[in-house]
Design a protein around this ligand. Structure first.
Ligand SMILES: Nc1ncnc2c1ncn2[C@@H]1O[C@H](COP(=O)(O)OP(=O)(O)O)[C@@H](O)[C@H]1O
Ligand SMILES: [Mg+2]
Length: 503
């Protein structure tokens, strides 16, 4: 296979800070190569070096067999390298056709442009990626996905041999991502290679022919095939096996934040007793039907217990009989089914983040100050590291994992004392899962006491500090997580079944 771009041992520093630290990369003709790596690992810096925007400090850059010491943006384009940045670098006040054919207001002899021919050529380019749009439309009037298609068409009109896309899906809806994949495959058929930069592992599996993983400024995995499992992708990206991640243990002292005594609900659970301490992450696990789900719902007043007692900070409050009781005691709940939790799908991440506290933000005469709202949104969003999420993206455009992060951020803003998470990462991809776990740990460090209901044993071991195992509606045993392994917990929960299987 012919190599289009080769990087060998490339180094790039920014005033002493190393961004690229001996990076190697090969991109072949007619391939879709996915480049993955955590935020800040150097992906964008490398792309900017290939396209002539940055100068590498040392190492080799070989394009179409030619060695370049200091490639200029012009030379990179002449070699057929086109980059689609996140802002697309289009001219909003010009038409689709003008953008594709790169005829801007500074083009000399604008009057000599053959407008009819130009539009025809723009249309032909759009046809090559099977994208149908009126070329006389102004780019300012297009949505994000349409702008992206125009940027891709422009790159093709420039005779791209290699199209580099830096996180192209972060602002797209699922349907738009599908279309983009079709276009990427169409480009490949037309003989164009694509370097697809993403941190969404499902996309890597679906679209790539080959994979390169970066960590700390260098390649740590490179393959001409697409055979890497998600677990291994995470391993190469982070250098850590998920199973090795644990939450730091906490001190369980003083008066428990929550105490549950002799809690009963006929046919669901019986004689449940436990305490939850400040900043603690307590897991409740067990086989399906063991009662943990109904216990979670009872603690939030959705399906109340019939007898027993609850103490908050040592004070008896009787039973939690309705959801409002739980809210009054500053208890939060994130259900398994996020859609019932009431994310406002058409509103932005930022608006959703503060939805739970919007009433508190109203001033005198219940006026809502734009500045107050914006400050609160910024403050809330800055509390957690949420990669790839822009505050003004509508929640509808997010993956399930990212929607779940927004649900957690909502609670972060509300500052609950106790948070009950019911199956917090069901249906969420591995990358988002570990970020959700990070958010839960962040919440705990802020003093939130958390109950994680989960039958995902690795999850329980990775995030919780203590775990209660339920069997037939009762708490069968309690364990400090630091003392047990995933395998041991698995055996304790489903050991009997396993032995039956083995026979
Ligand atoms: N123009 C710049 N000036 C200084 N530091 C930079 C610059 N661009 C990137 N960096 C730093 O280089 C590292 C790699 O960044 P980047 O290439 O943007 O990572 P990625 O695209 O993988 O998220 C980061 O530590 C970042 O802060
Ligand atoms: Mg980047």
């Amino acid at each position: 296979m012919k190599k289009i771009v080769e990087l060998k041992n490339v180094v790039k520093t920014f005033s002493g800070a190393v961004a690229l630290d001996g990076m190697n990369l090969t991109i072949y003709e007619r391939e879709i190569r996915c480049l993955i790596g955590e935020n800040g690992c150097g992906k964008s810096t490398m792309i900017k070096g290939i396209s002539g925007y940055h100068k590498f400090d040392s190492g080799e850059l070989i394009i179409n067999g030619k060695h370049y010491q200091n490639i200029t943006p012009r030379e990179a384009m002449d070699e057929g390298i086109q980059v689609i940045y996140q802002d697309f670098a289009l001219f909003p006040n010009m038409t689709v056709a003008e953008n594709i054919m790169m005829i801007d207001s500074t083009t000399q002899n604008r009057r000599l442009v053959n407008w009819k021919k130009m539009k025809e050529e723009a249309r032909r380019t759009l046809e090559r990626i099977k994208f149908d749009i009126d070329v006389d439309k102004y780019v300012a009037d297009l949505n994000v996905a349409e702008k992206q298609m125009v940027a891709i068409s422009r790159a093709i009109a420039q005779e791209a041999k290699l199209l580099i896309m830096d996180e192209p899906t972060s602002a797209l809806t699922n349907a738009e991502v599908e279309k983009l994949f079709d276009v990427v495959r169409e480009l490949k058929k037309n003989g164009v290679s694509v370097l697809f930069v993403t941190h969404k592992l499902d996309e890597v599996i679906r679209v790539s022919d080959s994979i390169t993983v970066m960590r700390n400024g260098k390649n740590v995995y490179e393959s001409n095939e697409n055979t890497l499992s998600k677990e291994d992708m995470i391993y190469y990206m982070t250098g850590k096996r998920l199973s090795e991640q644990r939450s730091e243990d906490v001190k369980r002292e003083g008066v428990p934040v929550l105490e549950v005594r002799n809690y009963n609900l006929d046919g669901a659970f019986k004689n449940v007793n436990f305490s939850l301490y400040k900043g603690e992450i307590l897991g409740i696990s067990g086989l399906m039907g063991c009662g943990k789900d109904r216990l979670a719902k009872a603690l939030f007043g959705i399906e109340p217990a019939s007898s027993g007692e609850v103490l908050i900070n040592g004070k008896p409050i009787g039973l939690i009989r309705r959801v409002q009781d739980a809210l009054d005691h500053n208890i939060g709940y994130v259900p398994e089914d996020r859609l019932t939790e009431g994310l406002h799908m058409d509103h932005t991440i930022a608006d959703n983040a503060i939805a739970r506290i919007i009433k508190q933000l109203r001033g005198k005469y219940s006026l809502l100050s734009k500045e107050v709202v914006r400050d609160k949104q910024d403050e809330t969003l800055s509390m957690v590291r949420i990669t790839g999420l822009r505050r003004d993206n509508p929640v509808r455009t997010l993956s399930g994992g990212n929607q779940q992060k927004v649900v957690l951020v909502k609670w972060l803003a509300a500052n609950p004392d106790i948070l009950i998470l019911n199956a917090p990462t069901v249906g969420v991809d591995v990358g988002a899962k570990s970020e959700i776990h990070d958010i839960v740990r962040d919440l705990a460090k802020r003093g939130v006491s958390t109950i994680v209901i989960s039958d995902d044993i690795p999850e329980v071991v990775q995030v919780c500090q203590r775990v209660l195992i339920m069997e037939n509606g009762e708490i069968a045993s309690e364990h400090l997580v630091k003392d047990i392994t995933i395998e041991q917990l698995e055996a304790m929960i489903s050991g009997k079944n396993k032995m039956v299987d083995a026979q």
